[in-house]
Design a binder for this molecule. Structure first.
Ligand code: SF4
Ligand SMILES: [Zn+2]
Ligand SMILES: [Zn+2]
Length: 306
C-alpha cells in the first residue's frame, strides 16, 4: 500500500511504501518515540554526539540538532575520534567538519596519535591483532574520557537495529553474555559517574531506514568503508544475519525485541562488581587494569624489543 500519490522511495517491513516526505516523518517519529519510550533524554542535557562522519552518526546528529532547536535546553556538541586510518578516516572527518560548520555545531576532535603516540595504522604494524578489537577498545576509552572532560551529560551514538542484533548474536557466539548485559538503548549495567551514559536513539531503526534517511537528507554522497571492516567478526555475523533476514523477514526485530525482554534479568545477574577502577589510568574498567592500558603496555614492550 502506498502512503500517497507521491513516488515511494522505500518499502517498510510492514509492506507499506512511503514517499520521501512521509518517510522522513515516519523515521523522525520513530526516533522521537524511541527517546521517549526508553527515557533516553532528560529535560536539560549537555549532550555529546559521537560523530564518525558516516551515515548513522550524521543521521543521529541531524535529528538531535532538530530536536535541540525546538528544545534549547537540550544542547548539542559533537565529538569525533581520529583513529589514524589512512584513506578512510581523513575522508569521513572532512564530511563531519563540513556538516558541523554548516549547522554551527561545535566539533571536538581527538586522535589516537595525540593521546597514545601512535595511529591505528602504526599500532597494527606492531601488534598482530584483529584491527576492530583494538580500535574499538581505544575509541570507547577516549570517547568516555573526553566526554567527561567536556562535561557531557550523555553521549548519543548512531547504533541502529542491525548493529544491536549483530552485537547480541556476537556475544552469544563468543559465550560472552556479560557483554550483552551492557547493551540496550541505554548502555551499561549500572549507572556510575565514571561513565558518561551512552544512548542509542536509532535503536529501533534498521540500517536500510537509516541509510535511506541519510540519502534523502543529503547526508550521504559517497560510500566510504574502513578497509579493516572485512576482517571483522561483526562483518561475518552481519552477513549471516542479512541472509537470515532475506529468508525470514523480521529476524533482526525479533532478536532485539526478545533481547529487550531479558535485558533487565541480565543486568540484575551481572550488576555486582561490574565497575572497577583501572590501577594504571584510573578510568573505569571491568578488570584490575583496563583493556586500553593492557594494549598500551603491549605496544610499549614490543617497541622496546624491536
Ligand atoms: S571497521 Fe574496525 S578498524 Fe575500521 S574504524 Fe571500525 S572498528 Fe576501527
Ligand atoms: Zn507520501
Ligand atoms: Zn587503564
Amino acid at each position: 500500500m502506498n502512503c500517497c500519490s507521491e513516488k515511494p522511495i522505500i518499502a517498510l517491513y510492514s509492506g507499506e511504501k512511503l514517499c520521501k516526505n512521509h518517510f522522513a516523518e515516519y523515521f523522525e517519529g520513530k526516533v522521537f518515540k524511541t527517546i521517549r519510550q526508553f527515557e533516553l533524554l532528560d529535560k536539560e542535557e549537555n549532550l555529546g554526539v559521537a560523530l564518525s562522519g558516516g551515515k548513522d552518526s550524521l543521521t543521529v546528529l541531524h535529528i538531535l540538532n532538530k530536536l535541540s532547536k525546538e528544545n534549547p535546553k537540550i544542547k548539542i556538541n559533537a565529538i569525533a575520534i581520529d583513529e589514524g586510518i589512512h584513506g578512510y578516516r581523513d575522508k569521513t572527518l572532512e564530511k563531519a567538519k563540513e556538516f558541523c560548520e554548516k549547522n554551527k555545531i561545535k566539533l571536538n576532535i581527538f586522535s589516537y596519535n595525540e593521546e597514545f603516540g601512535l595511529t591505528l595504522d602504526e599500532m597494527l604494524k606492531i601488534l598482530d591483532v584483529r584491527p576492530c578489537s583494538i580500535c574499538g577498545i581505544f575509541r570507547r576509552y577516549l570517547l568516555n574520557k573526553k566526554s567527561k572532560e567536556l562535561n557531557f551529560t550523555k553521549l548519543a551514538t548512531g547504533h541502529n537495529l542491525d548493529d544491536e542484533s549483530q552485537s547480541i548474536l556476537m556475544n552469544q557466539l563468543k559465550n560472552n553474555i556479560e557483554a550483552s548485559a551492557r547493551l540496550g538503548p541505554k548502555v551499561g549495567i549500572v549507572h556510575d559517574e565514571k561513565f558518561v551514559q551512552r544512548i542509542k536513539p536509532l535503536y529501533l531503526c534498521t540500517e536500510k531506514e537509516a541509510t535511506t534517511y541519510a540519502f534523502v537528507n543529503g547526508l550521504l554522497d559517497d560510500f566510504n568503508e574502513c578497509q579493516n571492516v572485512a576482517q571483522s567478526f561483526r562483518a561475518k555475523v552481519g552477513d549471516m544475519l542479512n541472509e537470515l533476514e532475506n529468508k525470514l523477514p523480521g529476524t533482526k526485530y525479533s532478536i532485539v525485541n526478545s533481547f529487550l525482554q531479558i535485558l533487565p534479568l541480565l543486568r540484575e545477574k551481572f550488576k555486582k562488581g561490574s565497575i572497577r577502577i583501572c590501577a594504571k589510568c584510573s578510568e573505569p574498567s571491568s578488570n584490575d587494569v583496563c583493556n586500553a592500558c593492557v594494549y598500551i603496555e603491549k605496544l610499549r614492550s614490543k617497541m622496546i624489543v624491536e
